[in-house]
Design a protein around this ligand. Sequence first.
Ligand code: CA
Length: 227
Amino acid sequence: MHRILIIEDEQDIADLVGFNLQRAGYEVLKAHDGISGTDIALRERPDLIVLDLMLPGRDGFAVFRELRRDPRGANIPVIMLTARAQTEDRIQGLQTGADDYLTKPFSPKELVLRVQAILKRTESSPGSVDFTLGPFRFDKNAVKFYLNDEPLELTSTEFKLLLYFCERAGKPQDRNDVLRSVFGYSDSANSRTLDTHMKRIRHKLGDYGSWIATVRNIGYKIDQPEA
Ligand code: CA
């Protein structure tokens, strides 16, 4: 279950938002000033924070900066709330790097939708280190490859090669560019090595091996067939 921290001094708003988030299936934590809000955020590390800007003790911008400076809070998505519909607040909010921004009065349903959207986004790309193409998923941090959510053993070179083509899907890639990028240099010996690697990758991908096409006189490309 996802946990959401609401940092909001206005009790009725905190309650209304909390109620709606709980009803949508979230666990809710609350803080009513900036200092305890920062403490709870860093201690509990919620999945998302709804942060009011006008707060006693420490305002929302200061809380946000504090969170982003601390490794425990740096990656927690934040939705900012403010009563002031002024443009400069909006601009400042987005410039500081908040994930989203709502101006009061807002509909609690709208807030729930935004929360769901952000959590979905962060789930599918944890730390933006994942790359996905159809049934292929690359965890760049762990150098792990998944085919239809099943781990598939690739060597690190095979991983790099497949990722290189998938990130450029649909476009033929010149073999010399591939070699320079993946192996660091290009020569004829490596060119043959490339063909060997590509053959192995095709084999490992089974039915999906046919996605890799040899492009005569150029190199290779990966194409995701039309569904
Ligand atoms: Ca407030």
